[in-house]
Design a protein around this ligand. Sequence first.
Ligand SMILES: NC(=O)c1ccc[n+]([C@@H]2O[C@H](COP(=O)([O-])OP(=O)(O)OC[C@H]3O[C@@H](n4cnc5c(N)ncnc54)[C@H](OP(=O)(O)O)[C@@H]3O)[C@@H](O)[C@H]2O)c1
Length: 289
Amino acid sequence: MSDYRGQTALVTGASSGIGLALAEAFAQRGADLVIAALPDDKLRAAAAWLRRRYPVTVHAIGVDLAVEEGPDKLAARLAELGLTVDILVNNAGFGVYGPYHTLDMEQNHREILLLCAAVERLTHHFLPGMLERGRGTLINLSSVTAFQSVPPMAVYAAAKAFVLSFTVALWAEYRDSGVRILALCPAQTDTDFCAEVGVEINPAGRLRTPEEVVATAFRALRRGVPYAVDGRRHALTAAATRFLPRGWLARTTGRVLHPSKMTRPAKPPRQLPLDGPLDELNVTTITAA
Ligand SMILES: NC(=O)c1ccc[n+]([C@@H]2O[C@H](COP(=O)([O-])OP(=O)(O)OC[C@H]3O[C@@H](n4cnc5c(N)ncnc54)[C@H](OP(=O)(O)O)[C@@H]3O)[C@@H](O)[C@H]2O)c1
């Protein structure tokens, strides 16, 4: 297991799902943590859970990264705290699902700000320091949807294509810098993602687990590859999309993921097992205001 002692990992969207699993993996390897998400009890619970399990420092910062000024506020708060970011995981995200013309315009805009603008902005805040120090790790969360257009999630898939393209370009640009750069592309994974969407978007097959996604990420970091698709079957499918006509692929996907077929309600968000009521655990979060 690699050793990240003495390093600080900033993981956005670490209050649940893949972000929490990645934060835990870095804590297991000795890194101190800054976890960031919306300022709510989910974030406090995640901070309490991590602090109880790992002998590392855990800062929890409440911030809305789906607004223009969110990433700058987060970076400013870290500077005030005197923290250097050695590992940046741009993971926070949500997906908007449904026929494009029915979607809320403001929610689409927030989705783009969170999935694209915040990823680019936080990278620009923290990558130069890593380059100067000649070491660091940047993981940007893309998705298998980055490899093709996805009709009932048109904005989401396009945003994830941005993350993949952006991150692979940085990987090529800074290959010999000592900074490891990875676009991580999970397939459908068992998290609270669908709870946000409202329906279970899973046409077929077993969901991947956040732990499997983490294992894929660390394997990819060791190998130094620019991007990694989690799960062999999904990696093959993503590779195959290169040889298929984009229009045909989009129409087929649109039929499979058509809202009329996604009728199962999403599972409710899961609760972390804490040893007592949150209020009694005395967990404070800092707000990036
Ligand atoms: N699950 C999948 O099938 C799947 C597949 C491919 C890619 N991904 C990507 O993986 C990443 C993690 O998703 P997940 O599946 O782990 O979902 P999740 O369990 O819902 O986690 C999403 C995280 O993002 C945070 N977040 C949402 N809106 C935010 C905002 N405005 N500001 C700050 N933080 C915000 C959430 O915290 P709060 O809501 O408490 O703020 C939560 O911590 C996302 O980028 C997602 O697109 C997921």
